[in-house]
Write a protein that binds this ligand. Structure first.
Ligand SMILES: Cc1ncc(COP(=O)(O)O)c(C=O)c1O
Length: 523
């Protein structure tokens, strides 16, 4: 609780239980004059955090909210390791990214019974592990030396900044070599891009050319995108799993149309795929879908390890097709921490535990369930299928209510986005607000240009959102809709008159009657 002292007007922080240790309230925005016992600090913070919502009921987020306790243990054990100290923590480094001469044997956990996964290849090289595993999933053209080009990041946003910079630099180098101006780079995307693309454009001075959406079509139209490409376009960014509706954009069609345009114009416009959510879904449950390095113009792909990579917040990946797609001048070499150390992330220091957790998930889950698994553990494919099945249950339940139109598709990221068929009596914003009383957090938002008039709610289906929760949500949504109807009907009723008002009206009526009679007597 915050209390303001009358004397200073300062915002203070007090805590019921910590008052056993601390007698005076703590200033909220200044460092306290004196230290307090560790128990008190813990209690104060813990008490306040209780007011946060339960992350498992937060259906707004794509980000992982549950991991196995064994992985939590590994993460806690690595909490004091700085990922950037590659020479000091060579094993951690090896889990993440290629580093020459860092090969070490795999630890025992890696010898788990995984038959058709990434593991056999991993054993062959014992280095470059997460990056190579993910590059393989994306069908990167990796040679026998297993040296995929990529790096771990804080999330897809950082990954997109790096990929965008690589495109910008490559385009500038080519334009310089041709003696052409290189000061007006642009990037073509759909208007449905996540805000990180707008950040990239603004921070790194690249114009964002957005293909507008239309009602009923909420992803980038590849034909319109290719029409917008010009000689200053550094890349076209397609999304595998739109944040708004989960829909996969048609990267194959984009590749074909852009190939034709490149042939016609002599340009060399490449594609980046923002697979923040879809990158850990499509390889497992839509293996035939061509969206990745199988398409020649796809030069880089980002994915969030902390979304369907199934790791807690703080990890993403960017993979380039070949080392020619990552200009050398973006890689820095430092040696003050021990040995030569290549670095090409925006940040320097960060925790190692997310990388370790990603490695745990990759080897623990594998591609799919093993017949030999003693604990019946599921693989990535099984988990993604479960999510899709739960999305179907929810989708059908919502459709059956009759109030909503589902705007998300059956395939894509497992989520259900839906709008009200009739929003004249109440809006999705009010429905989302009412659901909060049951503990559910659902985002409600309007679509981007030119479909701003469409407002939707969205439920993201994560691994920990099981069928019973889906059924519970349908039941609670039903209760909310019944209440909304009742409330709207009440609002529409003519207002009831009070006794006082009725008395006043009767008196006025009689008075008028008497006056009229009097008037007629005078006549
Ligand atoms: C399509 C897409 N791209 C990029 C991002 C940014 O990802 P991150 O939160 O990992 O930085 C998101 C986040 O939801 C997203 O949905």
């Amino acid at each position: 609780m915050a209390v303001s002292t009358a004397q200073t007007g300062e915002s203070l922080h007090s805590s019921t239980f910590a008052s056993r240790y601390v007698r005076t309230a703590l200033p909220r925005f200044r460092i306290p004059e004196q230290s307090i016992p560790k128990e008190a600090a813990y209690q104060i913070i813990n008490d306040e955090l209780m007011l946060d919502c339960n992350p498992r009921l937060n259906l707004a987020s794509f980000v992982t909210t549950w991991m196995e306790p064994e992985c939590d243990k590994l993460m806690m054990a690595a909490i004091n390791k700085n990922y950037v100290n590659m020479d000091e923590y060579p094993v951690t480094t090896e889990l993440q990214v290629h580093k020459p001469n860092a090969a070490r044997p795999l630890h025992a956990a890696a010898s788990m019974s995984l038959t058709r996964t990434i593991l056999p290849r991993l054993r062959a090289r014992k280095q470059n592990r997460c990056v190579n595993m993910i590059a393989h999933l994306f069908n990167a053209p990796i040679g026998d030396d297993e040296t995929a080009v990529g790096v771990g990041t804080v999330g897809s946003s950082e990954a997109i900044m790096l990929a965008g910079l690589a495109f910008k630099r490559k385009w500038q180098n080519r334009r310089k070599a041709e003696g052409k101006p290189y000061d007006k780079p642009n990037i073509v995307t759909g208007a449905n891009v996540q805000v990180c693309w707008e950040k990239f454009a603004r921070y790194f001075e690249v114009e964002l050319k957005e293909v507008k959406l239309t009602e009923g079509y909420y992803v980038m139209n590849p034909e319109k995108a290719v029409e917008m490409v010009d000689e200053n376009t550094i890349c076209v960014a397609a999304i595998l799993g739109s944040t708004l509706t989960g829909e996969f954009e048609d990267v194959k069609l984009l590749n074909d149309l852009l190939t034709a345009k490149n042939a016609e114009t002599g340009w060399d416009t490449p594609i980046h795929v923002d697979a923040a959510s879809g990158g850990f879904i499509a390889p497992f449950i839509y293996p035939e879908l061509e969206w990745d390095f199988r398409l020649p113009l796809v030069k880089s792909i980002n994915v969030s390890g902390h979304k369907y990579g199934l790791v807690y917040a703080g990890v993403g990946w960017v993979i380039w097709r070949t080392k020619d797609d990552l200009p050398d001048e973006l890689i820095f070499h430092i040696n003050y921490l021990g040995a030569d150390q290549p670095t090409f992330t925006l940040n320097f220091s960060k925790g190692s535990n997310q990388i370790i957790a990603q490695y745990y998930q990759l080897i623990r889950l594998g591609f799919e369930k093993s017949d030999l698994a003693v604990d019946g553990a599921q693989g990535y494919k099984d988990i993604m299928q479960n999510c899709r099945d739960n999305a179907t249950v929810l989708r059908e339940g919502i459709e059956k209510m009759g109030y909503f139109e589902v705007v998300s598709k059956d395939s894509g990221v497992p989520l259900v986005a839906f709008s009200l068929r009739d929003s004249s009596r109440y809006t999705v914003f009010e429905v989302a607000e009412s659901l909060r009383r049951f503990g559910w957090i659902l985002p409600a938002y309007t679509m981007p240009a030119d479909a701003e008039h469409v407002a939707v709610m969205r439920v993201v289906i994560r691994e920990d959102f099981g069928r019973s929760l889906a059924e519970r949500l349908i039941a609670d949504l039903g209760k909310v809709m019944a209440d909304m109807d009742a409330h709207a009907a009440k609002k529409a009723e003519p207002a009831k008159k009070s006794v006082h008002q009725i008395e006043k009206e009767v008196t006025t009526y009689w008075r008028r009657l008497v006056d009229r009679k009097k008037g007629s007597l005078v006549c």
